[in-house]
Design a protein around this ligand. Structure first.
Ligand SMILES: Cc1cc2nc3c(=O)[nH]c(=O)nc-3n(C[C@H](O)[C@H](O)[C@H](O)COP(=O)(O)OP(=O)(O)OC[C@H]3O[C@@H](n4cnc5c(N)ncnc54)[C@H](O)[C@@H]3O)c2cc1C
Length: 401
């Protein structure tokens, strides 16, 4: 692997970057190309741990359909400048220059054909060619600024003109995630927004779990809504609650106490369909199991429409059929919580964007200090948007550090 085994001889650099993840390596390569001397410090054993696990090991590295609306942030305009200067096409060009085969899995979502290791190798090559160095197993003990930045670490003291914080968010602590970046921000009087796990499965409370835990493994194509946001895709029952792409997407907008509305049959007018079937004698739950998995509809009907579940359809009034249809098109369920940072793909919130220049990622109050990637209050939707933010913000800072 491309990394220094020992601290480099020169402990003075133009640029020190903390965090050898997606944003840190991208920034290092961009800065190195400008002939800045660059050293990345990381406390981990290896670089790009999250890139390695991303996209189920195939790294959904960008999305060809990129819009600021794909990001959550205290300032929805903040991401525009970096994305405009380093878009999906720029990253795809880099991937192609390195001969990495890729494919489009879902519309717009690009994945590596062989594995995410190829993206990490590509970033190593980009850093190496630009003369940027990486030092692993390096614990940062103290940061001081007295004109230059001075870092006391387990591998010696380093000084630099510019300091870039690229330590990511809080999700997946087992991969080395820490709140280091948020603490550095606070040390320098820079605001950090509230943070919470995002792109994360929901957990049910004991009541709902009693009903639905047996459905673990069942997946439905549904539309999940919360606070005016809607996502369509697979909704998966787990032994703890709900997961699947549509659920992960909505989790980023969900706050404690919010209910979800799930349209279980988005392509059907189920009321019209029930009215058509009204002459028959089939029980409602048997009728519905023609449209939805039988195991699911048994449990769901018993919990949601207990009076009508076992009634023949010809004995139901129009009003009752309307109620059943309304329940199917808007099943209201309130999750108890989420599975938390342990399984969340990202962290919502972070270093307040009001504190940073959207062009350079430099802190307005602290010249020379930069924040990039997931540590910043910019959170992407599922589909390659978070890695793309890491590339774009890293590239933006790399041009100015
Ligand atoms: C399971 C999983 C799958 C994902 N899949 C995708 C996907 O397919 N597409 C997508 O766009 N996004 C995906 N993401 C999100 C994406 O991986 C992250 O948003 C992205 O890696 C963030 O980049 P970053 O450089 O800001 O932080 P990271 O990549 O997390 O890098 C931070 C680096 O900082 C280091 N660090 C942390 N604390 C310290 C410290 N105190 N001292 C020194 N070093 C420190 C860490 O060791 C790490 O190397 C996924 C995330 C997870 C967890």
């Amino acid at each position: 692997m491309y990394a220094l085994e020992r601290a480099p001889a020169a402990m003075r650099k133009d640029v020190l970057i903390i965090g050898a993840g997606a944003a840190g390596m991208m920034c290092a390569a961009a800065a190195g190309k400008r002939n800045r001397s660059v050293l990345i410090l990381d406390h981990g054993e290896r670089t790009g741990s999250k890139i390695r696990v991303s996209g189920g090991g195939r790294c959904n590295f960008t999305n060809t359909s990129m819009h600021p609306d794909n990001y959550l942030s205290g300032n929805p305009h903040f991401c525009k400048s970096a994305l405009a200067r380093f878009g999906p096409h720029d990253f795809i060009c880099m991937v192609e220059r390195h001969g990495i085969p890729y494919y489009e899995k879902e519309p717009g979502q690009l994945f590596c054909r062989k594995g995410s290791g190829e993206i990490i190798e590509m970033l190593h090559r980009e850093c190496s060619r630009a003369g940027a160095e990486i030092l692993l197993r390096c614990r940062i003990e103290e940061i001081r600024k007295d004109g230059r930045f001075s870092l006391t670490t387990s591998q010696g003291t380093f000084e630099s003109e510019s300091l870039v914080i690229a330590t990511g968010g809080l999700s997946y602590p087992k991969l080395g995630a820490t709140d280091f970046g948020h603490r550095v921000a606070r040390q320098f009087g820079i605001k950090v927004t509230g943070v919470s796990p995002a792109l994360v499965p929901f957990t049910f409370g004991p009541e709902a779990l009693k009903v639905f835990h047996e459905l673990s493994g069942i997946s439905l194509d549904a539309v999940v809504s919360c606070k005016g946001r809607h996502f369509r895709g697979p909704v998966l029952f787990t032994h703890r609650g709900l997961s699947g792409p549509a659920v992960l997407q909505i989790s980023s907008y969900w706050e404690e106490g919010d209910a979800l509305s799930i349209n279980l049959l988005p392509d059907m007018d189920i009321f019209a369909w029930l009215m058509e079937k009204r002459k028959g004698k089939i029980e409602i739950q048997n009728l519905l199991s023609g449209c939805l998995p039988k195991r699911f509809i048994r449990k769901w009907s018993a919990a949601q429409i207990p009076q009508s579940a076992a009634r023949p359809v010809n004995q139901c009034t129009e009003k009752e059929l309307k109620q059943i249809a309304d329940n199917i098109h808007a099943w209201i369920i309130g999750p108890q919580g989420t599975e938390g940072y342990k399984t969340a793909e990202v962290t919502r919130g972070g270093v307040d964007t009001d504190e940073l220049s959207s062009k350079t990622m430099e802190a307005k109050k602290v010249p020379g200090l930069y924040f990039i990637g997931e540590v910043v209050d910019v959170t992407g939707q599922l589909g390659g948007y978070n890695l793309h933010w890491a590339w774009a913000s890293g590239h933006a800072a790399g041009r100015y550090v």
